[in-house]
Structure formats: structure tokens, C-alpha cells
Write a protein that binds this ligand. Structure first.
Ligand SMILES: [Zn+2]
Length: 78
């Protein structure tokens, strides 16, 4: 593994490199730009999911939202 930014491929030496777990090193600015542009959530790159996986994720999100909304309703009722 070299000391090149995984996003722009330029050297990160003396430029406050940050470590991306499992990927390499990157400039902080490149990382932030990548996070802003990519459809990632925490370490999950949802653009890499296949259709079935994306559907599963959507179901999980909707189920979680429903669960939380129900919790909120319970709290308001009492
Ligand atoms: Zn960079």
C-alpha cells in the first residue's frame, strides 16, 4: 500500500493523510468530497448493492421508521 490518495491518486505525504479502513489513505478534502458525492451511509456504499439488496435495505428502513413512529405514538398516548 503506497502513500497515494485513493481518490485522486496523488501523494498524501505532508498533507495530513487520513486512513480509510480497508482501502488506504486519502486527503481529508478528497474524502469529504467523496462522501458528499457518493451514495454512502457510514461504511455502506448503497450504489454497490444489487436490486434485491437495495430492496431489502429499503424494507429495513421503512420497517425501522414504522417501529419508531409507533414508539412515538405510544409515548404520546400515555
Ligand atoms: Zn486526494
Amino acid at each position: 500500500m503506497g502513500m497515494s490518495c485513493i481518490y485522486c491518486a496523488k501523494s498524501v505525504i505532508n498533507q495530513n493523510p487520513m486512513t480509510i479502513p480497508g482501502k488506504g489513505v486519502a486527503h481529508l478534502r478528497c474524502f469529504q468530497t467523496d462522501q458528499a458525492l457518493k451514495r454512502t451511509f457510514q461504511s455502506l456504499d448503497i450504489a454497490k448493492l444489487n436490486d434485491a439488496e437495495l430492496a431489502d435495505l429499503k424494507e429495513m428502513v421503512l420497517a425501522e421508521e414504522n417501529a419508531r413512529n409507533n414508539d412515538n405514538d405510544d409515548i404520546e398516548l400515555f
